[in-house]
Design a protein. Sequence first.
Length: 266
Amino acid sequence: MAAKPKPKLTTDELLEKLQKHVCKDGQNGHGFAFLTNVRNGTGFQRRERYADAIAMELTPSRGLKINGFELKVSRNDWLKELKNPTKADWFFTHCDRWFLVVADKDIVQEGELPEEWGLIAPKGTGLGIIKAAPINNAAEAVDRLWLASLLRSAIYASAKPKELRKKYEEGYEAGKAEGERRVQSDKTELEMAQSAIKNFERESGVSITAWYKGGKPEEVGAALKVVLKGERDASRILGRLARIGGDIEALLDEYGIDKESPPDVF
């Protein structure tokens, strides 16, 4: 029976395993400052580059070294990196050690890994160092632009859980309030419609609900239209008759004819 293929790790899952590997207890700040998606500066004074992760040792006993990490979750990802080998140059020259972290050790074939890079791959339920990264004795000092970016990443990392919780709570309350407003609005409209129907049925003596059960509610509307149209037509006819009557009275007065005893026309 063929063995089941190993589940593929996502970048986020690989990052989580890397943090646990670097920080041992998984807690950021206990010996290491572990930062993700770190830019090489702030503002627009240099060409943007990003490191998937940076881990700085926080105690002199560890050496205060800056470790950089490039993550790859597929063979295609790694082959694209090989086509542009200078992509990681900026971070390599500013880190004391540089590691490639892969979701599967088979992603990197023999002879492909640069000599100056280390390699980390899955081992058991966590990660293990396949090849140690040599120390870069020519690493450049951290300048203020990169320091600003490191501090920004650290602030973001520490604030993110609280901010996410705050945004979640704000969104929940806003959605709840909007839902209650719509329910109340719909309820008001329904009550108005029900009141209008009751008033109509009371004044007309016609039950729309009973008529609807018969399957022909449109007949109520058609009948009402005839009545309203007939009322408007009758009103216009009565108005015309009143004007004609006025004209007749004026003629009778003009010719001195008694309106109570009109002459015999025969």
